[in-house]
Design a protein around this ligand. Structure first.
Ligand SMILES: NC(=O)c1ccc[n+]([C@@H]2O[C@H](COP(=O)([O-])OP(=O)(O)OC[C@H]3O[C@@H](n4cnc5c(N)ncnc54)[C@H](O)[C@@H]3O)[C@@H](O)[C@H]2O)c1
Length: 716
């Protein structure tokens, strides 16, 4: 008797009268095809049917989903795996794809939409690949970004197909290829339109079976010729390894494992490479760093549902941006593809500068092939440059990015309210001013909230949305939906001094200043934190953010939290008085040599700066001590934000710290870091620092309680 709750198979075989078997991928109850053990089981059954039927002479793998081939593997499945289970899982995938590759009847992949990770590996195992020439068609092996490696033959089949030199950057960075580029690389063999793709693939499959079509081997490049020799290959792989170590400081095991697999395959053949891949995948997926990166990705997906319990968002057809400076321009750049954007500033000169930069950005994207000329013109025509507040009329959302001055921001809000519809949302991009204080005196405080972007806006993935006790749910819902449209990962936090991200950054940078006062060396301090996994050190970061901005924040937050022992060095304020603002005015902790051919030279410490920190004589501090002093203060402050309800949950705290501030991603964020090393360990280290450095290292009550009860922030 059939089970009524049984799901249909993820793959069904259609037998066509022309002798082609189409294997249709159609993961049940999912908008896209996702690889899993079950998928592989169904795939094997469909292959049995295909192989056993003598009327079928050739096969096509195609997706029954609109606009997506296979989106990748089911990452949730990876979370609970240990190394042996990880190896077993991918060994099963290998066996299946080896069957595809070894099939005596030719099999052609018909790729329309994304073919990512395992999805591309399925296509790589085929005998021929047809792709649709459509912007939705994108091919990549992005596993490295998740701390693992392509575990279904990708480390072996990609170099075999496109050559070692082209495959290395593709696998080591996970970059996406559109159809044209994929054709040029030899990653696909033929391009066609999305509509007729299955028929085109079926025709190619039959021709392959009849011997009237052969895959054209790629024309070898000079690098291919170099890679064909033993010493050449060693040289290319050696350079790639050096490059990885330089970029990752050896902190990320995945790219090194990938190189091991490729090297094994190149030196000892496909089997040896495949075995290395299966073992390597297991080792990475079972390791805490791989798991942290996978969970980070899952959290980024999960947080997209944050608006589900809220009223529907208001549609934004006209966005207003007040202040066309550095941030305003960035916000415009990520919004102009969506709707009309009114960019308002005081003078035509400021607007002209923003217009020039936005135009240059569009031109660059057109040149790189990511925008068509038509799309570039459409986005440009969405921009309205204005010096008149009246032009904000009709905006459903306004984001202000004027100077960081409370009175100015209040004035801007009052001016905007005079022309805005009562149900338009007003957002401030302030770095640290409490939103409630900006909203004091507003006619409609329920529509005021914070939308805190990070610089540079087009590159930084985080948007921190700040709500006050008065912010209406519809206003939040509108800001959230718009942030997602801008491509941002949004976290929602409560209002307070520095909200979440600025609040946890302030003690981190503040402690760096205190260490310099005690005699630490600037480069040694930056290096210690980079070796821990931050992308930039605290001093270089302060130069980027602006010493003036940092001093301002330190003053405001220092005053707000002074009673619990926050200590602020006066040096930053003195530096600002002496004209040091950081990189923006070329007067910072470092001296930045001018760019040569688009590349910046190595920055050097500005020795004059030590004059503000007790003179040029420097002392050596153990790296672990410097890291603990900075990172544990950040972790403790993050936990306090959860304790005080600034954060709704630990997940958002991890996302905010990693995506906004560069907290080492492979730790999983401050909360997962506590789970990893144990709250008791963090408390003990803080208590030790409290005795040597002062009360600012007092662990917060929540951390102490968690240590006592052996609790964790995350269950998984
Ligand atoms: N720079 C950063 O890294 C960063 C990051 C997050 C948030 N922020 C915040 O964003 C805001 C803007 O920072 P920025 O770095 O873009 O500053 P900026 O100095 O580059 O730009 C500010 C712009 O506001 C304009 N302006 C001033 N008064 C105005 C008015 N009445 N009407 C319209 N325009 C007016 C100025 O002419 C200037 O072009 C600040 O609140 C800052 O704290 C900055």
């Amino acid at each position: 008797m059939s089970n009524l709750t049984e799901q249909p198979p993820a793959i069904r075989l259609e037998k066509r009268p022309d002798g082609v078997g189409i294997l249709w991928f159609d993961t049940p109850e999912s908008p896209v095809n996702i690889l899993s053990s079950r998928f592989f089981g169904d795939f094997a059954a469909a292959l049995d049917g295909f192989e056993a039927d003598p009327s079928l002479r050739a096969g096509v793998l195609a997706s029954a989903k609109p606009d997506s081939f296979i989106a990748g593997a089911d990452l949730k499945q990876f979370v609970g795996l240990d190394a042996a289970q990880g190896t077993a899982l991918v060994t099963e995938g290998h066996r299946l794809l080896d069957r595809v590759a070894a099939s005596r009847k030719p099999i052609v992949a018909a790729i329309h939409g994304v073919a990512l990770g395992g999805g591309l590996e399925v296509a790589l195992a085929c005998h021929y690949r047809v792709a649709s020439e459509d912007p939705k068609t994108q091919l990549a092996l992005p596993e490295v970004q998740l701390g693992v490696l392509p575990g279904a033959g990708g480390t072996q089949r990609l170099p075999a197909l496109i050559g070692l030199a082209a495959a290395l950057p593709a696998i080591l960075t996970g970059s996406r290829f559109k159809a044209r580029k994929a054709l040029k690389l030899g990653l696909v063999d033929h391009l066609t339109s999305p509509r007729g793709i299955v028929d085109v693939a079926a025709r190619a499959a039959l021709q392959l079976a009849e011997g009237t079509l052969r895959r054209k081997p790629r024309k070898p490049t000079p690098l291919d010729r170099l890679a064909a020799t033993g010493p050449g290959r060693s040289f290319i792989l050696g350079q790639a390894r050096k490059d990885v170590l330089r970029k990752t400081r050896g902190l990320y095991p995945a790219p090194l494992r990938i190189l091991d697999c490729i090297e094994a395959g190149q030196a000892r053949g496909f089997r040896a490479g495949a075995t290395a891949e299966q073992q390597g995948f297991g080792a990475l997926v079972g390791d805490s760093k791989g798991k942290a990166l996978i969970k980070l990705f899952l959290a980024m997906t999960d947080v997209k549902k944050a608006g589900e319990h809220l009223p529907p968002p208001r549609r934004v057809s006209r966005l207003g941006i007040l202040g066309a400076g550095f941030m305003g321009e960035g916000i415009a750049a990520v919004s102009m593809s969506q709707n009309t954007v009114v960019l308002k500033d005081l003078t035509p000169a400021s607007l002209g500068k923003a217009a020039k930069n936005l135009d240059a950005g569009l031109a660059k994207r057109e040149k790189s092939g990511s925008l068509t000329r038509l799309e570039r013109d459409r986005q440009w025509s969405n921009l309205v440059f204005s010096t008149d507040t009246q032009d904000l009329a009709g905006c459903e959302l306004v984001i202000e990015a004027v100077f960081e001055k409370l009175e100015l921001k209040r004035q801007i809000l009052a001016d905007a309210e005079a022309v805005l519809h009562p149900q338009a949302v007003f957002a401030s991009n302030t770095s640290a001013l409490p939103i409630g204080r900006i909203a004091e005196g507003a006619k409609h405080p329920e529509r005021v909230l914070g939308m805190h972007y990070f610089s540079p806006v087009p590159k930084m993935p985080l948007l921190e949305i700040i709500v006050t006790d008065q912010t209406a749910d519809w206003a939040l819902s509108t800001a959230l939906a718009y942030g997602v449209k801008q491509g941002k990962t949004c976290i929602v936090v409560k209002d307070g001094p520095g909200f979440y991200t600025t609040r946890i950054l302030a003690p981190f940078v503040g402690e760096a200043m205190l260490l310099l006062e005690e005699g630490a060396d600037i480069e040694a301090l930056d290096k210690a934190l980079k070796d821990f996994g931050f992308p930039v050190g605290p001093i270089a970061l302060l130069d980027e953010v602006g010493i003036d901005v940092g001093a301002h924040i330190a003053r405001d937050l220092g005053a707000a939290f002074a009673e619990r022992g926050w200590k602020t060095s006066p040096a930053a304020a003195k530096l600002v008085d002496a004209g040091y603002c950081g990189r923006k005015n070329a007067k910072g902790f470092y001296i930045y040599p001018p760019e040569k051919k688009g590349k910046s030279g190595k920055k050097q410490v500005n020795p004059e700066v030590y004059g503000f920190f007790g003179g040029p004589a420097r002392k050596s501090f153990p790296a672990a001590e410097m890291v603990d002093r900075l990172a544990l203060l950040m972790v403790n402050e993050a936990v306090r934000c959860l304790e005080e309800g600034i954060l709704g949950n630990a997940r958002d705290g991890d996302l905010g710290a990693i995506l906004g501030l560069g907290f080492p991603p492979f730790t999983g964020g401050p909360f997962r870091y506590v789970d990893l090393v144990g709250a008791a360990d963090v408390v003990a280290r803080m208590e030790r620092l409290k005795t040597t450095c002062g009360d600012r290292f007092t662990p917060c009550a929540m951390l102490v309680e968690m240590a006592r009860e052996g609790k964790r922030f995350h269950e998984d």
